[in-house]
Each structure stands twice: as C-alpha cells, then as structure tokens.
Design a binder for this molecule. Structure first.
Ligand code: G6P
Length: 624
C-alpha cells in the first residue's frame, strides 16, 4: 500500500526521503512525490510511475532543506497521475501533506470547503486534509482558544491539525509540513501504521520500518488517535484531546542486511531461498523434545485460558488465509479443537457468535492489514481471546492482540509472500502441539511431530537444490494462459496458494481447487491447452488424487505433479513430476509449496515481469 516518509534533522532531507521511498516502493508504487521547505517556501515535485521517475524529475534541482515529507502512492481515489500524487497542498501552498488510508467523509468536507472558496486540484480524498488545515489556520483567533498564530490570525500549526483531525472520518497515517513552521513536522495516525525513528538530532517518520532501519534501530510506535510534533531535537506526542502522552522508545529487531537482496536477482528469490533459515528461526528455542511440547513464551500469560478454549476462529487475508486453512486441518486433527477460518474482510461484517471460550487468531505477515486488524478489534469487543501469529514485531495487530507468537522470519519485501507463509505454517505446527499436549495428544505424537518439523529446513534445502529442473518446467509451461491447481486435505490450501502465487506475479489465470471438487465444474475447462498441477504426495488421499489425474489425462490435459521422492507410479499419469522428500502428512504443505513458489517466480521472470513489484498489488493492504 502507500508509503510515507518524513525527515527532520541536521542533514539534507531530499536524499534521505528518496532513499526511504525506494525502500517503501514494494508497498505500492503507481506514483511518488516529495515536499521540502526551501528558502521559506514549500517545494513539491511529483511523478507518475516508479520512484526513479521522481528522481529523474528532480534531476539537478537542489532541493536544499533539512525537513521534508514524501510518499509512494497506490491509487484508491483518483487514477494514478501527477496531480493525484502526494504530497497535496492547500490553496496557497502553505501546507503540504502526505496521507495513507481513506478519508471516508471527504466528499462532504470537500463540498463545505469549496463553498468557502477552497480550490481543489486533485480527485483524491487526501487533499481535503491540506485545505482543512488551511481553513483552521485562517479562522479568527477569537473563536479558537489559546492556540493562535500571531501571523495568520488563526490556529497555530498544531491547533489547526488537531481541529482538522476531529472532523475526519476514516483512516489516516499523515505527515504534514507548514511553511510558517519550517522546523516542525506533524505526523498523526488512525488505523494506518506510522513509526517515528529516533536518530541523533534527527527523526525519520515512516509507515514501515524498512525506510528507517538504515538510520536507527530506535523507534516510537504511534498509537491510533495520536499525533506527534517533531523537530530536529525533540518530539512530543499528543492524543486527540490535546493531552501530552509519554511514549516509550522501542528497539527494532531488523537489521539493514536483512532488508537487502544479497546478490539475488529479486527479493522473492532471496526470500524463497531463505526458507530453511526462516523456518529454523521460527522454531528456535521453542521445541522441548523431552516432553514433546512447544515452548511459546508469547502465550505464557494466557496459558491457563487456552486450556479452556473450545473453539478457534482464524482470521486473515491472502497468503496468510491459506496458511490458516492448513492450520485448521492440523488443529482439528491433532489438538481436537473445532476451527473455522475466515477471510478477515468477511468476518468483520458478519455477526460472529463469540464467547470467552473462543480464541480468535489473526495471521498476518505485516501485522497491519486493515481487515485483519478490524476483525481482531471486533473479536475483542465481543469478549473473545485474541491471539496473533505475526511477523512484524511491534506492528498494530501484534500490539492489540492479547497474546501471540512472532514468526521471526525477518523482513519480507517481495510482494508475493513466501518465507512468511512457511514460517506461519511452522508456528501453526508448534501451536498444534502446544494446544494438543494441553489436551490429549500423547507424548509420542508430540515428540514425533516436533522431530519431523526439525527436519523440514534440511528437506527444503534438498528441494531448492533442484531449482534448475523447476526452472526448466516453468519455461515449458510459461506460455499457457490458464492453469488448474489441485490438491486434497492438507494440500488443498497449497493448491490455492500455488494458484495465487502464479496469478500474483506472472499474471496467468490460475484456479486453486480441491481435487475432489474438480468433477463438479472445472473439468469442463480441460483440454490440451489447459494444464493442471496436482499436489499429490504419498499421503492418506494419494489414491484419490491419482483418480483425479486419470480423469484429466483422459481429456488430454497436461499434468505437472508434486510427488513424494521415490514415487515411480506417478510418472505414469503426469507429464512432469517435481519430487519432495517424505515427511509427516501434516507437514507436506511446508515442502509442497516450495516448487510452486519457484514455478511462479520463473514463469514471471520468463515473461519479463518485475516479480517483486507486481502490478496493482501491494505488500500490506492498510485500507479496506
Ligand atoms: C497482500 C499481500 C499478500 C498478503 C496479504 C495479507 O495482499 O500482497 O502477499 O498475503 O496482503 O497480508 P498480511 O500482512 O496480513 O499477511
């Protein structure tokens, strides 16, 4: 989604802002822009396209300033073009703002402001914020209490922002400049992430830690309804009631190397190859072999409550939703707890029936997905216990859930999720053992699952070493325009995930389907131009998958199969086979997904697409 960066300090702001934008590009990137205060004036440059276009447009311009704000945009209101790009300014060019989120009542506010003579230049919802601040700055001092500016006769910068925020309905992460306060930047958040990086005589504000991590590891997380007034040597945080709030400075757990490509052509490839390590990190210190138990420090405070839980609802979106579906199979089979998995976007608008014995688990890589956050808030209101399986430490969902387990996968930059997914599955396995052992899972079963889980990184290394073979298969199939991905039981969600991956980065139409359902519709599509991919390891549904493959073959459909190493029979049915090592049935998804990530990657690059930044998609969807 859109990215925000802001800087105030002793250094030149523009290079820092541009660098921040480049690091945020993965969140959304149809246009970008920057505002600084130079010689008492706000100077703004905007460009449609990637950050490099903005850089080219700035060209030789000096942009000498120690304060500025910048933005990468992922269009919601108004098409991508220069005039709709951020920053947006007021009528006189005194105020400049960048905004993430959606101002729901912008039409009403715009109408009122236009009647007062404000001239709008964009089709965005965000522009109203600049005009609102302008309006409050111009109000007669007598009507506005103590906060007044001697120069403008209206409210001062902070007062005008505060009054504006009171009128806004919707969500925002905002960074604002006022040319009359050239040493101050104001930032505010409601439902859109914003962090304040604390450096030496400088502050870097960003919607995402990746734009901060190279400057400082000290951050202040702003909460919803908070606003910070930031200058080079100080910051103060206020709530909506204008009360000063004391904030803690936290430490970021990312380092700069983790946020770079380290010689790989793309972040997606790097992150795919990092999986043996990220899975090991998700397990580290959490396995107690002797008592066949998972040690989950983040659940310590709710351990007793979890013994009483008789129902689990998992809420998530995208790839995290697919991980949740696999969690459902694991938790029901091994922990004996009924589980439902819901798209967070649906859950939040239903009337979910929840009580104290229901645990609602949010799975989210970013910890900022707007729908997942709203679902967790809804669950909390209804008295459920809320838990998070989150990768980003300190993210909003991580902070708002009652307890949780961090993935420790490190930053995931590629838009298509890879290592976050397998670390989510690892955590779900540990959670299954934890809850199962609290109930009636035997010591032997607990030990067996954990010792097989420990072998997964080694198995993944083996699959990754067959990368060249997978690349060849990808080339062979790269020109087909439709695919059917199928799997059953634990690997049905892997069929969904495989299809999602190839859709996301290769723009190929692919449907994920439960192989047993194939006969009820999709088989009508099959012919020699419509290949299928079967996830068919040697598990309890192997024979059923083979029947499905025969039905496809009988209709001249080509088949790629993901099969267990040593399975000779499968090549009688499939045109191409990719082998994965043998493991427990419940853990096969952790292996089967790897070739599907690579297939999608290689099809995408063979078509010349920018797989790290697929069109129309965003890494973290912070609007509804
Ligand atoms: C976006 C991303 C997906 C991701 C989904 C959920 O759509 O492009 O890769 O799976 O959001 O994100 P989350 O951060 O909540 O896991």
């Amino acid at each position: 989604m859109c990215g925000i960066v802001g800087y105030v300090g002793k250094k030149e702001a523009a290079p820092i802002l541009l660098d921040g934008l480049r690091r945020l590009e993965y969140r959304g990137y149809d246009s970008a822009g920057i505002s600084i205060i130079e010689n008492g004036k706000i100077v703004t440059v905007k460009a449609t396209g990637k950050v490099v276009e903005l850089q080219n447009k700035i060209g030789e311009k000096k942009m000498a300033s120690k304060i500025g704000i910048a933005h990468t945009r992922w269009a919601t209101h108004g098409k991508p073009c220069d005039k709709n790009s951020h920053p947006h300014t007021d009528c006189k060019g005194n105020i400049s703002i960048v905004h993430n989120g959606i101002i729901e009542n912008y039409l009403e506010l715009k109408d009122q402001l236009q009647k007062k003579g404000h001239k709008f230049t964009s089709e965005t919802d965000s522009e109203v914020v600049a005009h609102l601040i302008e309006e409050f700055s111009q109000k007669p001092a007598s009507t506005r209490g103590d906060d007044r500016s001697s120069t403008r006769g209206g409210l001062d910068f902070r007062g005008a922002v505060l009054e504006s925020l009171k009128l806004i309905k919707g969500t925002y992460g905002l960074a604002i400049l006022d040319r009359n306060c050239p040493e101050q930047m104001i930032v505010a958040r409601l439902g859109s992430p914003l962090l304040l990086g604390v450096g030496k005589d400088e502050f870097i504000v960003a919607s995402d830690a990746s734009a901060i991590v190279q400057y400082t590891d000290k951050v202040v997380y702003l909460e919803d309804g908070e606003m910070a007034v930031v200058s080079a040597d100080n910051f103060e945080v206020f709530n909506v009631k204008n009360k000063l709030i004391k904030k803690e400075i936290s430490k970021l757990d990312w380092d700069i190397e983790q946020a770079q490509k380290n010689g790989y052509a793309h972040f997606m490839l790097k992150e795919t190859f990092e999986q043996p390590e990220s899975i090991a990190n998700a397990m580290r210190g959490r396995i107690s072999k002797t008592d066949g138990m998972a040690r989950l420090g983040g659940l310590r405070d709710v351990e007793e409550k979890l013994k009483d839980i008789n129902r689990i609802i998992i809420v998530s979106c995208g790839t995290s939703y697919n991980a949740g579906l696999i969690g459902e199979y694991m938790l029901e089979e091994y922990a004996g707890i009924p589980v439902e998995v819901e798209y967070a976007s649906e859950f939040r608008y239903r009337k979910p029936l929840l009580d104290k014995r229901t645990a609602v688990i949010a799975i989210s890589q970013s910890g900022e997905t707007a729908d997942t956050l709203a679902a967790i808030r809804e669950a909390k209101n209804k008295g459920a216990l809320t838990l998070g399986i989150i990768n980003t430490v300190g993210s909003t969902i991580a902070r708002e859930t009652d307890a949780g387990i961090y993935n420790h996968a490190g930053p995931e930059i590629g838009v298509a999720s890879t290592k976050a997914f397998t670390s989510q599955l690892t955590i779900l396995t540990l959670l299954t053992v934890f809850l199962g052992r609290q109930r009636d899972m035997s010591l032997v079963t607990g030990k067996r699952i954990l010792s097989e889980l420990e072998k997964i990184p080694k198995h993944i290394n083996e699959i990754l070493s067959g990368d060249k073979e997978i690349k060849k298969i990808a080339k062979k199939y790269a020109n087909f325009s439709d695919f059917l991905y199928m799997g059953r039981k634990y690997n049905f969600p892997i069929a969904l995930e495989g299809a999602l991956k190839i859709k996301e980065i290769s723009y190929v139409h692919a449907e994920g389907y439960a192989s047993g359902e194939m006969k009820h519709g999709p088989i009508a599509l099959i012919d020699e131009n419509f290949p299928s991919l079967f996830v068919a390891p040697r598990d309890s549904v192997y024979e059923k998958n083979i029947s499905g493959m025969q039905e496809i073959k009988a209709r001249s459909g080509k088949i790629i199969a993901i099969a267990t190493k040593g399975d000779k029979e499968i090549s009688k049915h499939a045109s191409d086979v990719i082998y994965i090592p043998k493991t427990l049935e419940m853990l096969t998804p952790l292996l089967a997904v790897i070739p599907l990530q690579l297939l999608a990657y290689y099809v995408g690059i063979s078509k010349g697409y920018d797989v790290d930044k697929p069109r129309n998609l965003a890494k973290s969807v912070t609007v509804e």
